[in-house]
Design a protein around this ligand. Structure first.
Ligand SMILES: [Zn+2]
Ligand SMILES: [Zn+2]
Length: 1074
């Protein structure tokens, strides 16, 4: 460890030192300086006493130098302050944040490099070993002064204490007195203490020195040349390079970023990537989707001149693509329509043109447009408004958003005068249908209901939506309107016609999948991070995140507009932070200024700002979660990089579809993680492109969801037996049992749900309370950063946590559960934190028992308690744990429903004899089971965590040997029960999938699940196979299974104890057939 290589200097020495600095004489004469400093534009001349009045000499400077001087003066002040604080090492990030606070503008790296060029001998601006930065370890006051402030600054000795030895940090400081010692060593000098008067004097001298140097530069510049340009050119040599960051050395790229439409073609760029030194054969698959010409179609009956003029004027549309014309024709013939085509194929025209047509026929006509998000609905309302304004005869038609943000006053006006409303299913369910008496005129004239992004409505949410649509159709019929047309668009899905019929309950559906929109050529790459050591794969692969961000930097430098999709918010922020660090390190602040993170949780204003910046082309890069997957228009993107296989093929295709429009070529890259599922697609790339998306599934048999909507429907208008045409035959039994029947045989809602039954039905699941995350770095100006749900707050904002926002680190200072706020302070720490927690999923009461076909074992259904305890956290840097902190928090407890299957003792004994890990077997069997259940997205299981299962010390926390599945919050207990009803069949299907699968260690067809919260790391195909055999009562051939060689593991699983049952539970026998 290199600390304090110089002798202590006292303040007199310092005076001399700064004197030396000011004149440059001693430093320049030193033997090392010529070696160390690179060629510069200004070779400071010797000589004292050239002190003019500052103002006088700067008056005639070019503006550029004046502004540079302003920056210099502010960091001169900051540095002087820092050096008067012994224990603070002066790293660039520390200086930057203070200087930015003074200047109220970003401090750009190239400006610092220019100043360094002007004063080469006086300034140190370089990467040095973190170890050499270690200052004042022995100081008794270390880290103690101003505890509220300094512990957040880089250079706090606690932090350095845990730094890795070979890590470099960027330092910006004045070179201090070297006492005759050579400065070959880059060791950081200990800043001596100064009195305030000395500090002032020092600042003045350094300012004077700058003025002199600039004057010399101006005088030395040959006439005809611009001193500013001379300086800027020379400064490029002074942008520091981080020696440990290989990334930074990889690739400088062009200094000026080409305009997006002058960029090289994707084909050329891929060649450039292959030639660059970042390339280590990462591209394991490349598929080229050739450009497609537009295919046009004619509408069978011509549209009016007014509509065609409006399309031409407001959209520049003169002809329709074939899918558009077919959809418009079908709607005009009164058919329901589903259009399932690629992203950006001009779907909005399909809703808009028929609406204009209906309005031309009668100004009384009305329509409802439904979007999954408010932002989308607003974009689309504006689009239709513009079209109407340019459509002769329809310019007075009113359209409006009708959502949670619409004021009470505005609502009345909208109901009276709007012809088209843009809304969502929540509003329809909670506000519009329950007040049907206010909407009767609107419903009577309703011609068209357009539902965008139909694939969004699946699973439990899809079931709710299906019943909301049925309630709407019933109310329209009640006012004499049975002719409402439904039109919907979706991404490419497996069976769009059936999904349309399920959701809308209608029959005469026209399915349109023939996409006539043109598209540019697209290259789709699968990128597998290379081994750290090609000769020894056991050292693992390079981090997918650094591969993805490196690729993104490479592309952005070449004018390629990129989006990087990350699976979860935390990864999104870490990737942004990595980009921030690396782009800063490379001196590419010009690019960094044009990159933003985007994800759920950001405030509405922030999001809208980023969307607008993206749309206008200001942004070169976006790092996002799938919050951006759904249609929000962010303009043309050239490349999509996916960091890890996203949640399902539908997501992957949606994300990949974000790049490329019409005539431009585009790029999509899947950067594979090391997880089994990602590596499966690395091995089987064709499956990624050719496999059909899993069918969307809407469950219309769920009695719980149906009952909820029957109460709502009965409130809107009493139900009668005739309503089975909307709600199906099981309606009558439910009505008799749960609703209130009057003497005329009308059903009314159960009074316990009044006054508004819909308020008891949450269609998106239970809405958690949220916490405000507030930046209080400036006490006088606190800023709301994000609002996050409680369960996230629990894991992300405990005291001491590092919280990342827009790639910048904040430290959680305090959390109040009363006011639901977390106060954060901006910091420069270079670690992240990870909670140390455990979550238990415990069966506590048995309510049903079911036979497993052909087996002596049983499955159980009942109450399940979920408990999460956070007992501390790790500080982590680059995957290495630096520190382990203990903490006490209250447990977070919830109750839900679910079912479980206990692993028979004989199977556990077999595992033990063969040294098979039971945790791996249980986890793999759980996912194998869920893989055979179509509604698996709404069911949870207890995932096994690698860090716990593969711990070497004995675990005190042992879990029962049990497959356990439970309902996620807000599904009202309906889904796990459904799986339980079919538990035998699903178990057999899972077992057969494993037995017949040709893979070696498990794949996406058998035990690997994209829903696994722990990335399938703890899994054994063989173990799952044995386990399921045991549960199903099938023979296990002991001879066929050898004892496992590397079978040493700590025991985390113990035999499960039977859970007490409520009285009178009888075993439900297996019945063959559906
Ligand atoms: Zn398999
Ligand atoms: Zn899992």
């Amino acid at each position: 460890m290199a600390k304090r290589k110089t002798t202590q200097v006292d303040s007199d020495d310092l005076d001399n030192a700064s004197d030396c600095g000011v004149t440059g004489s001693n430093v320049e004469a030193g033997p090392s300086s010529s070696k160390k400093q690179r060629g510069t534009a200004t070779n400071a001349k010797k000589g004292k006493g050239k002190k003019k009045a500052l103002n006088q000499s700067t008056d005639e400077w070019p503006e550029y130098f004046k502004s540079l001087f302003k920056i210099y003066k502010s960091f001169n002040t900051v540095l002087a302050f820092c050096s008067s604080r012994k224990h603070l090492a002066v790293t660039f990030p520390t200086v930057r944040s203070s200087v930015e606070a003074i200047l109220k503008q970003p401090l750009q790296l190239n400006k610092v490099a220019e100043i360094k060029t002007i004063l080469p001998d006086l300034l140190r601006f370089a990467y040095i070993l973190q170890d050499d930065l270690r200052v004042n370890d022995a100081s008794p006051e270390k880290g103690r002064a101003d505890p509220g402030f300094e512990r957040f600054m880089q250079g706090n000795s606690d932090e350095q204490g845990s730094a890795r030895e070979n890590e470099h940090v960027l330092v910006l400081d004045f070179v201090s007195h070297t006492a005759g010692k050579t400065s070959d060593s880059q060791a950081f000098q200990l800043p001596p203490a100064l009195t305030p008067a000395q500090v002032t004097k020092l600042i003045e001298r350094r300012n004077e020195r700058f003025v002199e140097a600039v004057n010399e530069l101006i005088n030395a510049t040959p006439s005809g040349e611009d001193p500013v340009q001379v300086l800027q050119a020379a400064a490029r040599d002074h942008v520091p390079i981080n020696p440990t960051a290989v990334d930074v050395l990889d690739e400088q790229g062009p200094q000026t970023i080409p305009n997006s439409n002058e960029r090289a073609s994707i084909e050329e760029l891929i060649e450039d990537i292959k030639l660059s030194n970042l390339y280590r054969d990462q591209i394991v698959d490349r598929r080229i989707f050739p450009a497609k010409e537009a295919r046009l179609g004619q509408v069978s009956q011509p549209l009016s001149d007014a509509i065609m003029d409006a399309l031409r004027q407001s959209r520049k549309i003169t002809e329709f693509y074939i899918h558009q014309s077919r959809a418009i024709d079908a709607i005009r013939q009164g058919k329901h329509v589903i259009v399932s085509t690629s992203t950006a194929s001009g779907k909005s025209v399909i809703y808009q043109v028929p609406v204009l047509n209906f309005l031309e026929e009668s100004h009384e006509s009305t329509a409802i447009f439904i979007y999954p998000t408010k932002a989308l609905a607003q974009d689309q309302r504006i689009a239709l408004e513009q079209l109407l304004w340019s459509c002769e005869g329809l310019t007075d038609i009113q359209v409006a958003n009708y959502d949670g943000d619409t004021s009470k006053d505005a609502r009345l006006g909208i109901r009276e005068s709007a012809s088209v409303i843009f809304t969502n299913f929540d509003m329809l369910h909670m506000s519009i249908l329950p007040h049907e008496e206010q909407w009767r005129k609107f419903f009577r004239n309703l011609k068209l209901v357009a539902v965008d992004e139909l694939h969004y409505y699946t699973g439990v949410f899809g079931s709710h939506v299906a019943y909301i649509i049925r309630r709407l159709r019933r109310l329209c019929a009640a006012v004499g309107n049975t002719k409402v047309t439904f039109v919907s668009c979706s991404a490419t899905i497996a069976n769009p016609g059936r999904h349309m019929r399920d959701i809308f309950g209608v029959e005469d559906v026209e399915v349109i999948t023939d996409d006539g929109a043109p598209s540019g050529r697209k290259d789709f790459l699968i990128w597998n991070p290379p081994f750290n050591d090609p000769l020894d794969p056991r050292n693992g692969r390079r981090s997918p995140m650094s591969e993805a961000t490196r690729l993104m930097r490479f592309l952005m430098k070449r004018g390629v507009r990129c989006i990087l999709f990350c699976k979860i918010r935390k990864i999104c922020e870490q990737a942004m932070k990595m980009l921030r660090t690396d782009l800063t390190g490379e001196g590419r602040i010009d690019i960094l200024d044009r990159v933003k993170a985007y994800r759920g949780g950001y405030s509405r204003e922030d999001r809208r700002k980023i969307e607008q910046d993206a749309f206008s082309g200001n942004l070169l890069g976006i790092v996002a979660t799938n919050a951006l997957e759904l249609g929000v228009d962010i303009g043309v993107l050239d490349a999509v990089i996916m960091l890890g296989y996203p949640f399902g093929l539908a997501s992957l295709r949606q994300q990949a579809g974000r790049a490329g429009r019409r005539s431009r070529d585009a790029l999509a890259v899947l950067v594979a993680e090391t997880f089994a599922l990602d590596q499966y697609y690395v091995q089987n790339p064709n499956e990624l492109h050719d496999r059909a998306i899993d069918e969307l599934f809407v469950d219309l048999d769920s009695k719980i969801i149906l009952e909820a909507h029957l109460h709502c429907a009965a409130f809107e208008m009493p139900l009668s037996a005739a309503d089975v045409s909307y709600f199906g035959p099981s309606m009558i039994d439910i009505c008799n049992a749960q609703l209130k029947k009057d003497e005329d045989n009308w059903y009314h809602p159960n009074p316990k749900f009044l006054p508004f039954p819909s308020q008891h039905v949450s269609i998106r699941g239970i809405q958690e309370e949220t916490y405000c995350v507030i930046d209080v770095t400036r006490m006088d100006r606190p800023k709301l950063l994000e609002e996050i749900e409680f369960h996230r707050a629990l894991f992300e904002t405990y005291e001491g946590a590092v919280f990342i926002h827009q790639g910048e680190s904040y430290l959680v200072n305090d959390v109040s559960h009363n006011s639901k706020t977390a106060n954060l302070i901006k910091t420069n720490v270079n670690w992240v934190t990870k909670p140390r927690e455990f979550s238990d999923v415990d069966a506590v009461q048995t309510r049903r028992i079911r036979e497993i076909k052909g087996s002596p074992h049983r499955a159980y259904y009942g109450q399940i308690d979920l408990k999460t305890i956070i007992f501390g956290y790790y500080k982590i840097r680059e995957g290495t744990i630096l520190d382990k902190v203990d903490m006490e928090t209250l447990p977070f407890e919830r109750t839900t429903t679910g079912f479980w299957i206990d692993v028979p003792r004989s199977v556990l004994e077999f595992f033990s004899a063969k040294r098979l890990n039971p945790a791996e077997a249980i986890h793999a069997a759980e996912h194998a089971f869920l893989n055979q259940f179509p509604l698996q997205a709404d069911v949870r299981t207890e995932c096994k965590v690698a860090i716990k299962e593969y711990k070497t010390e004995q675990s005190s926390r042992q879990r029962p040997a049990r497959l356990i599945f439970y309902d996620s919050a807000g599904t009202q207990g309906s889904i796990a029960a459904k799986a339980f009803d079919h538990v035998s069949d699903i178990l057999y299907a899972a077992f057969e999938a494993i037995e017949s699968c040709a893979c070696e260690d498990g794949c996406a067809k058998c035990i690997i699940s994209s829903y696994c919260k722990e990335n399938n790391e703890v899994a054994s195909k063989l173990g799952a196979q044995v386990l399921l055999r045991g549960v199903l009562g099938l023979p296990i051939d002991a001879d066929a299974i050898p004892e496992q060689e590397d079978g040493s593991f700590t025991v985390t699983i113990v035999e499960a104890q039977t859970v007490r049952a409520v009285e009178g539970v009888e075993v439900e026998l297996y019945i063959d057939g559906p």
